[in-house]
Design a protein around this ligand. Sequence first.
Ligand SMILES: [Zn+2]
Length: 658
Amino acid sequence: MIVRRLWLPLLCGLLLLVSAGCDRGRETVPGVLLITLDTTRADHLGCYGYEPIETPNLDRLASLGVLFEQAQTTVPVTLPAHSTMFTGQYPAVHGVRYNGMFKLGDGSVTVAERLGDAGWSTVGMPASYPLTTSTGVGQGFQVYRDLFEEVPEEEIGRDGERNAGAITDQAIEWLSGRSGNEPFFLWLHYWDAHTPYQPPYPFSSTYRDRPYDGEIAYMDQEIGRLMAYLEDQGLDREILILVAGDHGEGLFDHGEKMHANLVYQSTMQVPLIARAPDSSKGFRVSEPVSLVDIAPTILDYAGLDPGPQIQGVSLREALKGVEPEPRTIYFEALSGSLSFGWSPLEGLRRGRWKYIRSSGDELYDLEEDPREVTDLHSTNAIRTGEFGEELQAMLEAWADSPDVAEATEVPLDPEELEMLASLGYVGGTLSRDSRGGVNPRDMIHLDSTIHSARAAQQAGQYAESLPLWELVLKEDPENRHALNLAVIAATHLSRFDQAQELGERLTARWPDFVPGHVAYGEAFAAADQFRKAADCFRNGLALHPDEDALAYRYSVALVASGQLELAERVSRTALDGGSGSYYRILLAVSLAAQGRPQEGEAELRQAIADGYERKSVLREEPLLEPLRRLSRFEDIISVLPDPPEDDKPDAAGGQEAY
Ligand SMILES: [Zn+2]
């Protein structure tokens, strides 16, 4: 059976040349090219009716194939949208809801995995950091050229992306180097339209006042270069070519500058153009479809069954010129909820209607009102109510998806988080208590202030960031992200009263939010009020008993406030639970400070044997003074190498310091 599956696509690919079918009568293709256009608004392409741009290559593809006039993303964010394209599942099922804090779980089955199992070559070429290998979205690709691999410097554009020229170059390089007859799945990601908008010359000149359009026109030129190569090889007539946007861009429609926080068509409608050997020419599909349909379409053309986990439908009949059956399509944006504590946005699209649920309902007739200016929910209450019930039923049916837990809250490494932050993704935490938060629509005008504040804070400019957070909090007093970073900024500025007052507000409103408890306690610790700091950390721990960030700080605060027996007990419990050697340092110092030098020395020795090696911390950290008074202290730490100059203790007393 495996052998049969392995060879079937190849046979079909060959048979296609004589127009013979196989596998339940379906013809298959010898290759699939999926091009995803990041941040590209459908209504900024010529073939979608936008006149002040030149996109001749995508226009030509549309005239040779099929254009979907009403294609929707599932989430207006890169990683979840691509996760949907690759799995054929909605985000509530594959579990990836935002960039940076989720990973597509190994349990998810991607189209690349399915094709790879069937003997296809699978190659992914993502152009930016939100789609690196560690996000799990590359599973199934035998070759995955992400930005953390060795990339020649000239391939990386000015804004830290791989630009369209480099993507096309490496695609042609791979295509020309592949062996002749193995079917292939090649995914190319063009990132150019994402901020910052800096098209190369001459697009920088032609589109001087509209650099976003300039990026799209440049990308179109590079896609044209790839298409010319395919035509030259005769591949363009043999393979399935799919071009899909992952989401749009606000461009200040509805007050949103970029994307992620609202679900209006400016960010939810995406270009979708397809060409296959059996597709009609120049057909335009008006029925709404979704990125969830990409995977089943690819599997259909590969002669593979979609499998029970796929939620989308194959668009193959639509490619042949048949309007798809009307159906209900789901979408969401949880980023405002995850980051700021705003209400989640969830909604449905069916035909001309679009329903959005947040703290309230919205209903739009996209045929009459494509810019979503007139909310009809109150004048169309019955339809609104039906949509609400349908949405609720869907979410309840998906609530037990096994992949969700696996995909949730995966910490990325600091370098990756830094890159995402520089791209404007704020990052957040999964909190289950934000339903009922404010409607993102009413707060979106704060978005640019939030980004400026965050940039200042990242640069350590707390005197600049704190007033900006105060501005945000004036209008959105419960904004979780603003409260948290304001506490941290005020602490750094030694405005301890303010930091503590904000910290109290933060933890009272968002008890689920662990970083809030950390920041609140730190606001006391930095003011040398260690007893109160210990109280904060203990209160946080009562709600989140498994959080090492709180447990460790609690132990430190106990030592610092002289609650030594309690510190000893807490450290021993943590060590019994398998926690790191830094707890043994705390145990050692609490023993030494209690006048038990031999036990203190034994624990210090054991900590070093277990791998603790921060010699400069042991020498200089004020809290560890009782250790330095041990008679064998120098003798015990002499086994440690001398630290390099920059390995000094962290002045803020962070966990890393110990
Ligand atoms: Zn994107």
